[in-house]
Each structure stands twice: as C-alpha cells, then as structure tokens.
Design a binder for this molecule. Structure first.
Ligand code: SAM
Length: 219
C-alpha cells in the first residue's frame, strides 16, 4: 500500500467534523480523548484513493481479513480505559496502529501486540515514520504479555469468547481491562477492575461486532 503523509485543510476539516460527531452525536465526553483523536491523522492509515472514507465513522479493511476499527468504537473503548498520563497500557490487537497512536497521544506508555505478521511489520514501520513509538510485539496476545506485567490498563481490540484468567492476573491492583466478549456475531463490551489481589469488579456494557480474537486463550 502506498502511504502519503500530507495533512491539508481538507483532511484537517474532515477530522474536526469527526471529533464533533463523536462529541455531539455519539456522546463521547472525555475531552482529552477527543483532543487526542483530533491529533491523529487517520487518513495516513489509508491508501490515498480512500482518503475520502477515512474520517467517516466506519470500520475499513486493512488487509489480512482485518479492519481499522470504527472511530466510535475506538473512542468508546478508550474512554472506558480512563487513560492517565504515564499509564502503562497493553493493547492486544495492534491492527493498523491507529488506536495505538490515540493511546500515545493520551500520554500512555503503550505495549501493543499483533498476531498477523504483515500487520505487525506494517504498523511498526509506519508508526515510527509518523513519529509514534510504542513497544511492538508479534505473537498471541490472548495470553497477554506476562514478561512486562503488571499493566495499569489492558485493551483488547478483537472479540473474545471469554475473559482469559491469565490476562486478569497481569492487571495492577486498581487497573482496568476492557474486552469485548461474546460469539462470532456480537460481543458485549466488558470492563473489569482489579479491586485487590483476588477480587474483580465486572461491568457489562453495549454490544459491538469485532473481528475474532484468535489464539490459545481465545477462538
Ligand atoms: N484498533 C485497531 C486499529 O485501530 O486499527 C484495530 C484492531 S482489529 C479490529 C483487531 C486486531 O486484533 C487484528 O489486527 C487481529 O489480527 C488482531 N488479533 C486477533 N487475535 C489476536 C491475538 N490473539 N493476539 C494479537 N492480536 C490479535
């Protein structure tokens, strides 16, 4: 795919409109998050032929049968994480790397893992060209990344059949996991807060449709 890094008035205007839509129609309230979304040039993740689609509130194919998530989904999940400056965030499912950039703009230190080799290499190269520097990993994120635990926040960007126990153990006390859980057709967004060593608080929220989380602790 040929990428072009040009951010002119047309794309900047479309980005502002998207932020406004997320705020006014989609009721995203976190102003730091809206600012972060306003800073990441989403059209850079698209071939120039598709720039007109890049600020629509839709998911879009990125190859390997995967998608760059719909902006509303990115905003909804990220808002649930309540990212603070300096938080150590594990993102499972790098995909295009767009949401990784939003997390970095919020001041998080990001560990991101992708199981598809082509997407991993593309995101790694591409984000560094854009000046974004998370810690990239290639592999099965359904087991988390125990070597770098604990995390303040864990974000799963693919639909899981259940909440992997091994992931919960990698949360810091007080930390939050956001994970869509369900069948192949639809998943409930679930937030889990680690209250203490053994106790977790679980909240079930809205329904979404994600690509599947594939791996040892997944489909
Ligand atoms: N939020 C991302 C973005 O902005 O582009 C989109 C993520 S996409 C919906 C989900 C990603 O999770 C896909 O790239 C898929 O390959 C990846 N994935 C699925 N199972 C995984 C696993 N076990 N470990 C790591 N990544 C996985």
């Amino acid at each position: 795919m040929a990428y072009k890094f040009v951010d002119n008035y047309r794309e900047q205007g479309a980005r502002k409109k998207l932020v406004n839509l997320l705020k006014e129609e989609r009721k995203i309230e976190d102003t730091n998050l809206l600012d972060a979304i306003g800073k990441v040039p989403r059209h850079y993740f698209f071939d120039e032929t598709f720039w007109s689609q890049s600020y629509r509130d839709i998911a879009f194919p990125i190859g390997e049968g995967q998608t760059i998530s719909q902006p509303y989904t990115v905003a909804y999940q990220t808002q649930l994480l309540h990212v603070s400056e300096g938080d150590k965030v594990l993102e499972i499912g790098t995909g295009s790397g767009y949401q990784t950039c939003v997390l970095l703009e919020l001041g998080a230190s990001v560990y991101t893992i992708e199981r598809q080799e082509k997407l991993y290499h593309r995101a790694k190269l591409f984000l560094s060209k854009m000046g974004y520097h998370p810690n990239f990993f290639l592999g099965d994120g359904s087991k988390g990344i125990p070597e770098h635990a604990p995390y303040d926040k864990i974000l799963v960007t693919a639909g899981a059949p259940f909440v992997p126990e091994i992931m919960l153990k990698q949360l810091r006390i007080g930390g939050t996991l956001v994970i869509p859980v369900g069948d192949e057709k639809s998943q409930k967004m679930i937030t889990i807060i680690r209250v203490n060593e053994n106790d977790y608080e679980r909240i079930e929220l809205d329904t979404f449709r994600f690509v599947p989380l594939v791996g040892d602790q997944a489909w």
